[in-house]
Design a protein. Structure first.
Length: 313
């Protein structure tokens, strides 16, 4: 028995060989990273949170770097212009994830241009609304992942099987996923693929400054926390002097300086969004190495479980 090649609804829908998506991290998931994930058999996602000119340039660069499928994320609360749908059509993109709001107004125009749409959901209630709106699948995001989060704080371990039992659509698990072991766990819970964010941030193709990658490599499992847990929009970030002082405050001025952290390496200038899984990442690898090791580990762990059950039987 072999775990690879993978074949399920997700791989068939997206035309990929490894059911791994890269998180569409703004100012992190630039064209080299997105293309590298797709080239390695997964699916890279271009962040749609930036300005249209940057998104258009990223789409063109990704297309020049790979002929494999890739996608786009539309964060509805932050997308700066609905014309992004036109850019997606012009780039020939066939997969979109929507997030941070109701996908309802984007479903029809995206379906009209032949796009498969998954919506990012943090709770059962948001999943029910997304399914009712007509999405094709779900990215089920637990609270242990980095970035903006729902105040409900439901973990991946609880959320994935809950939604897998309720809805007959492909599920991508996000939050706490970094390798083959966690990918296997997600699939046992009912997912058909996974999304990696923090693991991809700490890759060689990631566009962030070396100081940011070093901060992830040096982090423990307890070095992130939920900023603004009870006010504003909660966000999981790396614990720094700046982030601790910002807790309970308006973080928009800090977010306006995000490139000073991600591009210049000033960890105190802004907020470094990262997941708890940073505590499990201790090496800087290429995307190809990350996916190759994930598949090998998935296969090895699955065989160990099967052999153990056979022996016990």
């Amino acid at each position: 028995m072999s775990a690879a090649p993978f074949r399920n609804r997700l791989t068939e829908q997206l035309g990929i060989t490894v059911p791994v998506l890269s998180a569409p991290m703004g100012w992190v998931a630039r064209a080299p990273l997105v293309a590298a994930v797709s080239e390695a058999g997964g699916l890279g996602l271009v962040p749609g949170s930036l300005d249209l000119a940057t998104i258009e340039a990223d789409l063109a660069e990704v297309r020049s770097l790979t002929d494999r499928p890739f996608g786009v994320n539309i964060p509805i609360a932050f997308a700066q212009d609905p014309a992004i749908v036109g850019l997606i059509a012009d780039a020939g993109v066939r997969f979109v994830t929507t997030s941070a709001g109701s996908p309802a107004r984007f479903i029809e125009p995206l379906k009209e241009i032949g796009v498969t749409v998954f919506h990012v959901v943090p709770t059962l209630a948001t999943a029910e609304k997304a399914i009712a709106a007509g999405v094709d699948g779900l990215v089920v995001e637990g609270s242990e992942g980095g970035g903006f989060k729902n105040p409900a704080e439901v973990s991946t371990m609880v959320l994935v099987p809950l939604l897998a039992d309720r809805f007959d659509v492909p599920i991508v698990a996000a939050g706490g996923i970094a390798d083959g072991r966690t990918m296997l766990a997600a699939m046992v819970l009912g997912a058909e693929g996974v999304q990696m964010g923090t693991r991809m941030l700490a890759s060689r193709e990631s566009s962030v400054h070396a100081a940011v990658k070093d901060a992830i490599l040096g982090a423990s499992e307890a070095d992130t926390f939920m900023l603004n847990r009870t006010v504003g929009r909660p966000m999981r970030v790396l614990r720094t002097a700046t982030s601790e002082l910002a807790d309970g405050q308006d973080v928009r001025p800090l977010l306006a300086r995000i490139t000073e952290t991600y591009h210049d390496g000033d960890l105190d200038a802004s907020l470094l969004q990262a997941g708890q899984v940073a505590g499990r990442i201790d090496s800087l690898e290429t995307v190809a190495e990350i996916l190759r090791e994930a598949v090998a580990s998935f296969d090895a762990r699955l065989h160990e479980l099967v052999r153990g059950r056979t022996v016990d039987a």
